[in-house]
Design a protein around this ligand. Structure first.
Ligand SMILES: Nc1ncnc2c1ncn2[C@@H]1O[C@H](COP(=O)(O)OP(=O)(O)OP(=O)(O)O)[C@@H](O)[C@H]1O
Ligand SMILES: [Mg+2]
Length: 246
């Protein structure tokens, strides 16, 4: 690995310690009220939000390191429950944009209940009960990062609806994420996977992004030996379909 790249990753790596200290401190204030004193409801809410966002930052730091590990060709598969993987990825996303929804997802006890909660926000989750209750054996953090980025884009660019489909086919995990937004003209179907490329630099969306998500998604999918297909055109919405061998 190139020296500068190692230095950069080392810096990111070392963010883990201060973040862990912040996280532990916030947790202590929230949980050990006998030691640190009681909290008002408002204080609790502020601390909980700070804690959730510290956790998001920790996840992002891990994702940066994951990308590095991935380009070094290191794979690590583990067993994980489909339900937990999808539920937690959604909570992570909505904890920043829609905390009420994140809390509702957290409280869901069954798949039909979760589907209903999401449907009320225009999100269709299409997955069978068997797969929901099953375990998958893949590189979990990579698969999460792929779903998180595709779903974040769909939520960012949709008009009203987003649909997520998850199934297993030909010994592969297939995830599709669709939205009903402006869509992507075919002349941009390659370009959007390049680093820092954003279709319309003028819209306010671009301020919130870096044009890095899809480039990262592509690297991860290639490293897992998977495929990504894009079906989209101007005014037609977009469907990203990912197929990852298990
Ligand atoms: N679902 C979508 N609908 C329409 N355009 C999209 C969609 N997903 C991606 N794009 C286009 O592709 C570009 C690149 O996407 P990418 O996810 O790489 O970057 P980003 O979302 O702008 O920023 P970030 O680095 O935060 O992900 C976007 O800026 C947007 O122009
Ligand atoms: Mg993005």
């Amino acid at each position: 690995m190139e020296r500068n790249r190692i230095k950069l990753e080392f810096l990111v790596h070392d963010l883990k310690v201060p973040l862990a200290v912040i996280e532990a401190g916030l947790l202590s204030l929230l949980q050990k009220t006998d030691k640190y004193g009681p909290l008002t409801e408002k204080q609790t809410r502020v601390l909980e939000r700070a804690l959730r966002n510290t956790i998001v930052t920790r996840t992002l730091v891990n994702d940066v390191l994951e990308l590095g590990r991935s380009s070094a060709g290191i794979m690590s598969k583990n067993r994980f429950e489909t339900a937990r993987f999808i539920g937690e990825t959604m909570i992570e996303i909505f904890d920043l944009s829609d905390q009420t929804l994140a809390e509702e997802i957290r409280l869901q006890k069954s798949l039909p209940e979760l589907k209903q909660v999401l449907a009320r926000r225009g999100i269709v989750l299409d997955i069978g009960e068997d797969l929901w209750a099953r375990e998958l054996c893949l590189d979990e953090s990579k698969v999460r990062q792929v779903l998180r980025n595709l779903l974040n884009n769909a939520l960012k660019y949709r008009k009203n609806r987003v649909a997520i489909g998850v199934e297993t086919r030909d010994r592969c995990l297939c995830i599709s994420v669709s939205d009903d937004g402006e869509g992507i003209p075919s002349s941009y179907h390659r370009k959007i996977f390049e680093c820092y490329f954003q279709m319309d630099m003028k819209t306010e969306h671009c301020v919130r992004g870096h044009g890095l998500g899809l480039a990262g998604v592509m690297v991860l999918i290639e490293d897992m030996g998977g495929e990504l297909a894009l079906d989209s055109d101007m005014g037609k919405g977009a469907t990203f379909t990912v197929k990852i061998p298990m």
